[in-house]
Write a protein that binds this ligand. Structure first.
Ligand code: HEC
Length: 276
C-alpha cells in the first residue's frame, strides 16, 4: 500500500515536472483571442471558414501541405459549406498526380472533388531544401497538435489553444530592426524572431502575411489580424471537421441523462415510500 502510494506520488511529480519542462523552453503562451466555435454550443462561422480557406489557398499552400483534407470536405455540412459546383471548380484548379496508366506511367490531371489537397513539395527533403532547412509542417491537424498554452487546469477550462497558437505565430513576429542587440547577435541566418513558435523562438518561416495580401469576396478588409484569425479558424475546422456534430450529440446525451436521472429519482422515491 505504501509502496503503491509512493509510486503514485512519484508519477504525479514526474508529470508535473514534464509539463513544466515543456513550457519552460521560453515559448510565450498564445494570445487569448476568442473564436465563434468555443464553448459547448459554439459553431463555426461559415463566412470566416470560407475566408480562411482563401488565405490557405493563396498564401500558405505555397509551402504547407494539408494532406488529410479532400476537396469535397469543403462542401460537407459543418464546414465552409461551399456549393457542390464551387467545389468542382475549385478542385479542377489544382493539378494532381494519378496513375499508373496502362503504360505503367504516372500522369497528371485536373483535381476532382474526391482528391486530397496535393502537397506543394514532392517530399520532405524538397520542402526543406526550399525553406533553408526548415520543414513547413502539414497544417491539417496543427491546431490539435500544438497547444497554445500549458497547465492541465488551464487547458481544461480554456481548451488547448491550438487555433490561438496559429494566430499568435502568424501575428507574433518581431521585425529585425526591433530586436535587442543580444538577440540580434544570436540571430541565425535566415531566421526570424517569434516568441510564440513552439520550437525555439527563431522561426524559419518568413512573416507570411501582409495587409491586403488576399482580396476577400465578402468585402471584409484583409488586415493581417483578420487573415490570421480566419485561417486559424479554418485550420480548427480541418483538424476537427465533425465538431458541430459532436457538440450536438453531446447536448442530446446530456438531455437524455437528465431525464433518466429524474426518472430514477422518482422511481426510487416510490419504491422507498413505505420503507421507514
Ligand atoms: C514561404 C513558405 C511558407 C509560407 C508561405 C507559409 N509558411 Fe508556415 N512555415 C514555413 C516553414 C519553413 C515553417 C517551419 C519553421 C521552422 O521550423 O523554423 C513554418 C512553420 C509554420 C507554423 C509553425 C508550425 C509548428 O510546427 O509549430 C505555423 C503554425 C505555420 N507555419 C502556419 C502558416 C500559415 C497559416 C501560413 C499561411 C498564412 C503559412 N504558414 C505560410 C514556411 C511557410
Amino acid at each position: 500500500m505504501t509502496l503503491l502510494k509512493t509510486l503514485a506520488i512519484a508519477a504525479a511529480g514526474l508529470m508535473l515536472t514534464l509539463g513544466a519542462a515543456q513550457a519552460a523552453e521560453g515559448q510565450q503562451p498564445a494570445k487569448g483571442i476568442s473564436f465563434s466555435f468555443e464553448g459547448p454550443f459554439g459553431t463555426f462561422d461559415r463566412a470566416q471558414l470560407q475566408r480562411g480557406y482563401k488565405v490557405y489557398k493563396e498564401v500558405c499552400a505555397a509551402c504547407h501541405s494539408m494532406q488529410y483534407v479532400s476537396f469535397r470536405n469543403l462542401h460537407e455540412p459543418g464546414g465552409p459549406e461551399f456549393s457542390e459546383e464551387q467545389v468542382k471548380v475549385l478542385a479542377a484548379g489544382y493539378t494532381v498526380q494519378d496513375g499508373p496508366n496502362e503504360a505503367g506511367e504516372m500522369f497528371e490531371r485536373p483535381g476532382l472533388p474526391s482528391d486530397r489537397f496535393p502537397s506543394p513539395f514532392p517530399n520532405e527533403e524538397a520542402a526543406r531544401a526550399a525553406n533553408g532547412g526548415a520543414y513547413p509542417s502539414d497544417l491539417s491537424l496543427i491546431t490539435k497538435y500544438r497547444p497554445g498554452w500549458y497547465g492541465t487546469f488551464n487547458q481544461l477550462v480554456n481548451g488547448i489553444g491550438g487555433p490561438q497558437y496559429v494566430y499568435s505565430v502568424l501575428t507574433g513576429y518581431v521585425a529585425d530592426d526591433q530586436l535587442t542587440e543580444e538577440l540580434r547577435a544570436e540571430q541565425p541566418e535566415g531566421k526570424h524572431y517569434n516568441p510564440f513558435f513552439a520550437n525555439g523562438h527563431w522561426i524559419g518561416m518568413p512573416p507570411p502575411l501582409a495587409d491586403d495580401q488576399v482580396t476577400y469576396d465578402d468585402g471584409t478588409p484583409a488586415t493581417v489580424d483578420q487573415m490570421a484569425r480566419d485561417v486559424s479558424a479554418f485550420l480548427a475546422w480541418t483538424a476537427e471537421p465533425k465538431m458541430e456534430e459532436r457538440k450536438r450529440t453531446g447536448f442530446m446525451v446530456m438531455i437524455y441523462l437528465g431525464i433518466l436521472a429524474l426518472m430514477l429519482y422518482l422511481v426510487k422515491k416510490r419504491i422507498w415510500a413505505n420503507a421507514h
